[in-house]
Ligand binder design. Structure first.
Ligand SMILES: C[S@@+](CC[C@H](N)C(=O)[O-])C[C@H]1O[C@@H](n2cnc3c(N)ncnc32)[C@H](O)[C@@H]1O
Length: 216
């Protein structure tokens, strides 16, 4: 899997197809999730596969506006070199954000209070998805929060959403080498994750879902 070729046009493509709706979904749980850091002495936040960094930049802005940038560290772990270049450019003025060009499945640090994972898990199926559940369980500290945003084959999405999903995954199959195949619907329940669902945000008739999980 390699998103380098898509990196320079990723934002434009998204804007043309979805307008601002995906960014709204990514940021839906920002206020609630950042609120849990209030009053703490220090906090570690992880953003997984943030692509071109629009979410991480918004997160950084929120952290600054809440005046908690002195106590927070944000690790952004992204696989694609092209996306990392975009990320470094966007996050240059936020010294508390560090960009790491790496596969998060090899990431050794754990116990994050907050972990964000937007539009990444839908790229993984079968046993690879099982591995992600274990990894996420390890990355989020107990009583910490995980936000997962993804596309879903929702029954209310209709024929348009089903066709759009097919076209999108075919495009990313050829441009970035993601596996083809139906979505498995496992993101909705995150079975095996030691966490309870505490917040849900839905866009485009359920086609895009963002969920806030609290680790038990
Ligand atoms: C479909 S893009 C989504 C980008 C962004 N999160 C968003 O909300 O638009 C998936 C991104 O996840 C990254 N990615 C996929 N697997 C990863 C992994 N194992 N570790 C780190 N990044 C990963 C890809 O390089 C790509 O930039």
């Amino acid at each position: 899997m390699n998103f380098d070729a898509v990196a320079p046009i990723y934002q434009l493509m998204e804007r043309v197809v979805f307008g601002h709706k995906l960014q709204l979904a990514r940021c839906a749980h920002l206020p609630a999730s950042l609120a849990v850091l209030a009053g703490g002495e220090s906090a570690k936040i992880l953003v997984i596969g943030d692509g071109d960094g629009r979410f991480a930049a918004q997160l950084a802005e929120e952290i600054v506006s809440r005046g908690i940038d002195e106590i927070v560290r944000v690790d952004v772990v992204e696989l694609s070199q092209g996306m990392c270049a975009e990320l470094r450019h966007r996050l240059a003025s936020y010294p508390f954000c560090r960009v790491h060009c790496a596969d998060v499945r090899d990431w050794r640090e754990s116990d994050y209070q907050l972990v964000f994972c937007h539009f990444v898990l839908d790229l993984y199926r079968g046993s690879e998805f099982d591995q992600w559940i274990e990894i996420l369980d390890h990355l989020v500290q107990s009583a910490g929060y995980l936000v997962v945003t993804d596309f879903e084959n929702h029954p209310d999405g209709g024929i348009f959403a089903t066709c759009l999903l097919r076209v999108m995954y075919q495009f990313f199959h050829y441009s970035a080498g993601i596996p083809v195949g139906q979505l498995e619907g496992r993101i909705a329940s995150m079975d095996g994750l030691n966490a309870e669902l505490v917040g849900e945000f839905s866009q485009l008739n359920g086609f895009v879902q963002s969920r806030l999980w609290r680790k038990i």
